[in-house]
Design a protein around this ligand. Structure first.
Ligand SMILES: NC(=O)c1ccc[n+]([C@@H]2O[C@H](COP(=O)([O-])OP(=O)(O)OC[C@H]3O[C@@H](n4cnc5c(N)ncnc54)[C@H](O)[C@@H]3O)[C@@H](O)[C@H]2O)c1
Length: 281
């Protein structure tokens, strides 16, 4: 094949490589043993060559992720950060810039649900849901965007949830739904504002996953008899009959922050085994 025909085609050895890039990951630990989305994402980005600045509110969780990356020969630095606290986020961003010289990639993974309809939810629970799911993404973007622009552009991925686009009849999550839906709008707004400056911003929308969160939080919330019963019930709701994992989300994030997604911005990547497209039969 002539060289001209291959113009612009990706180099096979360079595919999805992030060498020389610095990634700032919010919520890079896991709430329990195994692989949550943030932990899998931090480790995967490091495996592809990025220097990963791992932040989490739990010191032990962030240390575990950093140790995994270092043990694999990757580059990582841990930082205890509360993603809902402006000062804490600013300290983390400044430290990342001091340690690694700048930021190219931001992943805002912090979030979690409290079930309840609008009339059930106490106002302080509502406010905390806004802080955890929406303000965390806002702060992560607000303080990393200037750094990304200083490098001539880069990529941001914010984490939403399938509840942002499909309402569950059986289980109402008004605050989680509203905030995770707002995350999509926030990403699109940032994407369009900065599109001409080389900064891309997208959202990953995970469906029903089997991450440590299921055992750590959902088991109690849903009052299920045991984890296996709950996991099987969730699997059966999914057209592919299998819940996704933290790695499925990490792979989607990797694509969106890679140069291979260089023309992809202001959009959403749904990782849900077909769930959002299905109609109950
Ligand atoms: N696991 C699922 O089934 C699922 C489905 C849809 C969407 N999501 C979304 O994926 C994201 C997280 O997934 P995960 O599997 O990594 O969950 P996770 O609960 O394991 O969270 C990752 C980390 O976030 C940290 N964290 C919590 N509050 C924080 C704060 N205020 N500041 C900094 N760190 C904080 C936790 O300590 C934890 O280590 C969330 O945004 C969640 O809404 C998850």
């Amino acid at each position: 094949m002539s060289a001209a025909k291959l113009d612009g085609a990706p180099d096979a050895n360079d595919f999805f490589r992030l060498d020389g890039k610095v990634a700032f990951v919010g919520g890079a630990g896991s709430v329990g043993p195994g692989w949550g989305n943030g932990k899998a994402t931090a480790v995967l980005l490091a495996r592809r060559g990025a220097k990963v600045f791992c932040t989490d509110i739990t010191a032990a969780a962030v240390e575990e992720t950093v140790e995994i990356i270092l043990s694999e020969g990757g580059t990582a630095q841990g930082f205890v950060m509360d993603a809902t606290d402006s000062k804490s986020v600013q300290d983390a961003v400044n430290t990342c810039v001091q340690v690694f010289g700048g930021i190219d990639i931001t992943v805002n993974n912090v979030g979690g649900s409290v079930p309840g309809g609008v009339t059930d939810l106490d106002e302080d629970v509502w406010d905390k849901q806004v802080a955890l799911n929406l303000s965390s993404a806002y702060l992560g973007c607000k303080y990393t965007i200037p750094q990304i622009l200083k490098r001539g552009g880069g990529a941001i991925v914010n984490l939403s949830s399938i509840v942002a686009i499909r309402m569950g009849e059986g289980r109402v999550h008004s605050a989680y739904t509203a905030t995770k839906s707002a995350v999509i709008a926030l990403s699109r707004s940032i994407a369009i504002e900065h599109a001409a400056k080389g900064l891309r911003c997208n959202t990953v929308i995970p469906g029903l996953l089997h991450t440590p969160l299921v055992e750590a939080r959902l088991l109690g919330q849903l009052g299920a008899a045991d984890a296996q019963t709950l996991i099987e019930k969730r699997n059966q709701q999914i057209p592919m009959k299998q819940a996704g994992t933290g790695w499925d989300v990490a792979n989607a994030v990797l694509y969106l922050v890679s140069k291979e997604a260089g023309h992809v911005t202001a959009t959403e990547l749904v990782v849900d085994g077909g769930l959002a497209a299905a109609m109950p039969s």
